[in-house]
Design a protein around this ligand. Structure first.
Ligand SMILES: Cc1ncc(COP(=O)(O)O)c(C=O)c1O
Length: 449
């Protein structure tokens, strides 16, 4: 009997596979079976497994300074260096950053920063946050309230009403279009809905709009051309901040440095990072805000005695050292440029599955993609629940590929950024086997509509 409570797991299906070691783009289970990592762990191991430079950096930093906190005036150089490096890289002018340990807590930090800032500037009523349906922003009480997936809210009595989360349409044309609507008409309708909600709620009560430039856990939704430009025009009209959650899309994942660049999002006001920030070698996250927002809070922290927020491990020196080294490797080895090229190859290979009888839609950008499995290819009717996606995931795993079924029956792909074209071919050969096995299963079980 285990003493563990497993995260995001069906408690009747625990301990299905024990991963023991990893190297490059592969991991091995305890029976010695080898798997190609098609999801970079959980969308995070950008530089793959066993990178010696990152291991050495961890050891060196551990020997130098295992821990030091950053409360009340104490600091250490590596955290300052990492903040400087990120400020230089990210698509915001002169950003200021707070460090945490996970994407979820970084999003919580942002909610508190928004409140603190609006209190400081005498606009305490500006506190609501617009989040989208089918979004994923994490699982702490506040982040799960932002997330738009039932599994993170049902039975937890979430969202918390006091957080003032408003919900707007997801930008997934394939699933969201009405009848013969074109992509442009779809975008115009959902952006009109957004504006109507802002007017109905009162623009002065809304602080920010949060979006993953391309979603991950909710099925890799790539919004249609022009969506973000129209959303940003509405937000600018009402002085509502654009908050980009780049926990998955950050650092070369989508064919550019950041998802905002890929999707043409102009200078976000706030950004969240985690996962590939350190290539997942150490837990670390970052919440970036505009310099003027930071400046506006300074007097309030002085009169309160402190900005009363921060974690023991905010700016943990070992995590910062590893994240800084990760960024240096990204730059030195031109990882983003190379990943853009392999990303195009991945998208091309994924598109070859578009004709498969089970595939409703293939989508993605760069090294992030999904194949949505449907019960009826002609109508796009989805499978009920996630069992078919789960079956395909298992078939892939049994044939040596780790991927993840997300948002019901979409298969998510997000290999390490260092994957080669040959390894993408290896991945696609297994996907073909898994899809055919799943199709046979659907025929056997009468699951097609
Ligand atoms: C876009 C996004 N935001 C936030 C999170 C939460 O990150 P964490 O699991 O590190 O708390 C995730 C996790 O997958 C994510 O994809």
């Amino acid at each position: 009997m285990t003493h563990l409570i497993y995260p995001t797991t069906n408690f009747k299906a625990i301990e299905q596979i024990t991963i023991e070691r990893g190297e490059g783009c592969y991991v091995w289970d305890k029976e010695g079976n080898k798997y190609l990592e098609g999801l970079a762990g959980l969308w995070c191991t950008a530089l793959g497994y066993g990178n010696q430079e990152l291991i050495d950096t961890t050891t060196e930093q551990m020997s130098k300074l295992t821990f030091s906190h950053m409360f009340g005036g104490k600091t250490h150089q590596v955290a300052i260096d990492l903040a400087d490096k990120l400020a230089e890289m990210i698509p915001m002018d002169d950003a200021v950053l707070s460090f945490g340990n996970s994407g979820s807590d970084a999003n919580d930090t942002h909610i508190k920063l928004l409140r603190y800032y609006h209190n400081a500037i005498g606009k305490p009523e500006r506190r609501k946050i617009i989040a989208r349906e089918r979004s994923y922003h994490g699982v702490t009480v506040a982040a799960a309230s932002l997330t738009g997936l039932p599994v993170t809210q049902n039975h937890f009595d979430l969202p918390v009403d006091a957080l003032g989360i408003l919900r707007t349409d997801h930008p997934h044309y394939y699933r969201g279009k009405q009848r013969q609507e074109s992509e442009t008409e779809f975008v115009d309708r959902i952006v009109d809905n957004l504006e109507s909600m802002i007017i109905r709620e009162g623009p002065d009560t809304i602080a920010a709009f949060i979006a993953e430039p391309i979603t991950g856990a909710s099925g890799v939704i790539v919004p249609p051309q022009g969506y973000y430009q129209k959303v940003q025009a509405v937000l600018n009209k009402y002085d509502i901040m654009f908050w980009a959650d780049e926990v998955i899309t950050g650092f070369g994942r989508t064919g550019n440095d950041f998802g905002c660049t890929t999707m043409g999002i102009d200078s976000p006001d706030m950004m969240t990072f985690a996962k590939q920030l350190s290539s997942a070698y150490m837990p670390i996250s970052a919440s970036a805000i505009r310099r003027d927002v930071y400046d506006a809070m300074i007097d309030q922290t002085a009169s309160a005695g402190a900005f009363g927020h921060g974690y023991t491990y905010s700016g943990h020196p070992v995590a910062c050292a590893v994240a800084l080294k990760t960024q240096q490797i990204f730059q030195r080895d031109q990882i983003f440029d190379k990943a853009a090229v392999t990303g195009e190859y991945l998208q091309k290979r994924l598109t070859e599955f578009a004709d498969h009888p089970l595939v409703g839609e293939v989508r993605g950008r760069g090294l992030l993609g999904a194949i949505e499995l449907v019960a009826n290819k002609q109508t796009g009717e989805p499978f009920v629940g996630g069992a078919v996606g789960g079956y395909a995931q298992k078939m892939a795993q049994d044939n040596g590929l780790l991927i993840r079924a997300v948002a019901g029956s979409s298969l998510g792909f997000c290999p390490p950024l260092i994957i080669s074209n040959d390894q993408i071919d290896e991945m696609m050969a297994i996907v073909a086997v898994a899809l055919d096995a799943t199709l046979q299963h659907c025929h056997r079980e009468n699951l097609l509509a």
